[in-house]
Design a protein. Sequence first.
Length: 237
Amino acid sequence: MFCSKCGIEIIEGQLFCSKCGQAINAPNAQPASPDVDNLMTLAEREVEAEDWDKALEYTEKALQIKPNDSTILEKYESVLVGKGKFLFNEGLKIGDQIETMRKTNCSTLGILSSTPLQSDINIKNLNDKVSECNKKYDEAAKCYDKVLSVNKKNVDAIYGKAEILMLYRGPGGPERKEKTLELCKKVLKLNPKHKPTLKLLETHFKCPKCKGNGRVAGMWGPKPCPQCGGTGKGGDW
């Protein structure tokens, strides 16, 4: 429900508008479409509060009124990326819990013997956590897909998908790594100095010139690779 005078959203039970003072149930009050500027202000407020669903709701309402407005579309992308990052970070937190479970409960890995029942419970708990973690990553990926359906060149969304593929838990690791590399190359084509992408490549991929050995053949024997500085990581992608 929105104020008939200024268009700001009204909370159920309010007698007067908190912005303009309009009586909500005034006899002469007429229903009005929400004002776009107010919707964008409300969206920004929810972004600051990190209520991404509410921010997205306001932005989508603004888009319904002005579907081709570049400023609203830009905000829509920004909110979706913000929600994607939030969900991704939630997945990371669960991932940390999984690693703690693996370290503190060796029976889950089969290193220490324990009763079959306890072992089954531990494995189930771990698998449940893995599913919970991947669910967050899946939800984040959907946000990035929505962004890319509007703007195929959104670097944050492309990189976000690459990051998810790199950390997703389960079978199919080599295929995911290959897709991650493709997405990273896409990002660098749009922004050659994108630091998060360069860092991801340096951390998870071998230098293509020295194949991760850190050294290349020279006239007087092996010498440090000029592309990765002898680290074996990163390089010229």
